[in-house]
Design a protein around this ligand. Structure first.
Ligand code: NAG
Ligand code: NAG
Ligand code: NAG
Ligand code: NAG
Ligand code: ZN
Ligand code: ZN
Length: 458
């Protein structure tokens, strides 16, 4: 009952409160395409792709398989869908991870560069006149995740592949550290900063004992300081996000000191930062950043992957997803993020019936908020935390409608604490606090959740 009433009341509030005369712009965000060139739909052998490892793929279809990375047909279908849905975005954000999940021995420097080149090529030919802001993923290097904090062949070659997307000055820093900054679309007052956070990934052995790999923190601090001086607003783009993976308790990616320093950077410069756009999780989620006084100051949007690949990360059960792509709507005068629309391919449907991309949800409709500002995202997070209906809805979006089981009490803690607390210690405290409250008798909890799930609308 509670759910039904809230929905009705909030809809009335939102409809009456909406004003629509700001100037809106649009951009795409895509991530984690992970092309597997070995995918072979016609093959009769048990394993139809290298990225499945030894997992069976009996139903591998034309658009892919949940145990495999993307076949070319899926990559091609994704780009066609983007062109059909929105052929003229203001720009595109592409946050990396182009190669398949296979052992290093099955790749090499040239194979990795070829894959980056093929994906760059299809994006360029599909959107010939669109600016692309592109970040490297941990899989866009050989050996994977070992991004050096200095000049190297792969950064240099990638900078050349992305030549038409990069200003001359961007190319210079990119070759040194895989990062760059430039004015957003050459517009005065607006800036993008593309980071190479693979340097902070705990799997990266080359940066283990370095305080500030490739000088990126010092550089980013200066970029944001200058942005404030010049009255600019900034979007931050990267691949590996700080904080925790929402599908596995206590699973962080950054090294501890780097995680802390990243949060400090955002807190210090939140006045100019209007959005952070990352990938790597293959899931649909977001992260909150708060001031020292606890008010929401920034959000990081994690865009789902195109690859449907079920993760082999130990402890994650059935961690696959449907291929997802996302449009952001933003206020072109302030860069405030107004809304986001996620589209997806139901992979099993497309394999079985026919190729289909459909709208999954619009943030402001699904969570009844006026926009995607940090304050609104904080409300979304609070709604997910306190209302079973929103939790379940969010959970289904999290895997792009792939995993539709009930998000139970443990699941709720994992997701809510990951969204709320990027800081390592604050996360631990959140897990303790939120986890401690589930003391209701099991049968009662089961009954209550059954009743609530019957009442949830859409
Ligand atoms: C790519 O997509 C286009 C448009 O849907 C289609 O005509 C073409 O056959 C596809 N190519 C491949 C190689 O899948
Ligand atoms: C990938 O690029 C290579 C050349 O670098 C080309 O021969 C090949 O046809 C491309 N593959 C696809 C699927 O576009
Ligand atoms: C951006 O502006 C600079 C100088 O204002 C100009 O040289 C350059 O051609 C512009 N680039 C684009 C893509 O418009
Ligand atoms: C996806 O398609 C399959 C096969 O048609 C169907 O069983 C399933 O319910 C669909 N999932 C969603 C979320 O619509
Ligand atoms: Zn990935
Ligand atoms: Zn990654």
């Amino acid at each position: 009952m509670a759910c039904v009433w809230k929905v009705i009341l909030l809809s009335v509030f939102i409809v009456s409160g909406r004003s629509s005369n700001e100037m809106k712009g649009y951009f795409w965000h895509i991530s984690d395409l992970h092309w597997d060139p070995s995918y072979n739909v016609g093959s009769t052998s048990a394993s139809k792709c290298a990225s499945s490892g030894d997992r069976p793929t009996p139903n591998a279809g034309i658009f892919g398989d949940y145990s495999c990375d993307s076949p070319w047909t899926l990559i091609n279908s994704t780009l066609s869908a983007m062109r059909n849905i929105m052929p003229h975005p203001d720009f595109i954000i592409w946050t990396g991870d182009d190669t398949p999940h296979v052992p290093n021995e099955q790749l090499g420097v040239e194979p990795v560069l070829h894959i980056i080149s093929n994906l760059t090529h299809i994006i360029k030919t599909t959107f010939p006149n669109t600016k692309v802001y592109s970040a490297m993923g941990n899989h866009d290097y050989h050996p994977k995740s070992q991004m050096p904090p200095e000049k190297n062949y792969i950064y240099e070659q990638t900078a050349n592949l992305w030549h038409s997307w990069l200003h001359a000055t961007s190319k210079e820093t990119f070759k040194i550290g895989g990062y760059y900054t430039e004015k957003l679309l050459n517009r005065t007052g607006f800036r993008v900063m593309v980071l190479n956070t693979n340097l902070y990934y705990d799997q990266n052995k080359l940066t283990e004992n370095i305080k500030d790999p490739a000088d990126q923190f010092r550089w980013a601090d200066k970029v944001l300081q200058d942005a404030a001086k010049n009255n600019e607003k900034v979007y931050i783009i990267g691949h590996v996000p700080p904080g925790f993976f929402e599908k596995k308790r206590d699973k962080a990616w950054f090294r501890k000191e780097f995680n802390k320093r990243y949060i400090d950077l955002i807190q210090k410069h939140s006045a100019v930062i209007q959005g952070q756009f990352f990938g790597h999780h293959h899931t649909d989620s977001f992260r909150m950043f708060y001031s020292s006084k606890g008010s929401p100051i920034s959000s990081m949007f994690l865009t789902p992957g195109v690859t449907p690949w079920i993760t082999t990360l130990p402890g994650v059960i059935n961690g696959g997803n449907n291929p997802g792509i996302r449009i952001f709507e933003y206020d072109i005068k302030t860069l405030l993020v107004k809304d986001m629309l996620t589209y997806y391919m139901n992979l099993s449907y497309s394999n079985k019936v026919h190729e289909r991309w459909e709208k999954e949800y619009r943030l402001t409709e699904a969570f009844r908020v006026p926009d995607a500002s940090p304050a609104s995202m904080h409300s979304v997070m609070e709604r997910i935390s306190s209302d079973k209906c929103y939790l379940q809805k969010y959970y289904e979006f999290n895997s792009v409608n792939y995993d539709l089981i009930e998000c139970n009490a443990d699941c709720r803690v994992d997701h809510v604490c990951a969204m709320r607390e990027v800081d390592f210690e604050a996360y631990e405290k959140c897990v303790e606090k939120e986890g401690g409250s589930s003391t209701a008798p099991v049968l009662f909890t089961l009954l209550l959740s059954l009743m609530l799930s019957l009442l949830c609308l859409n």
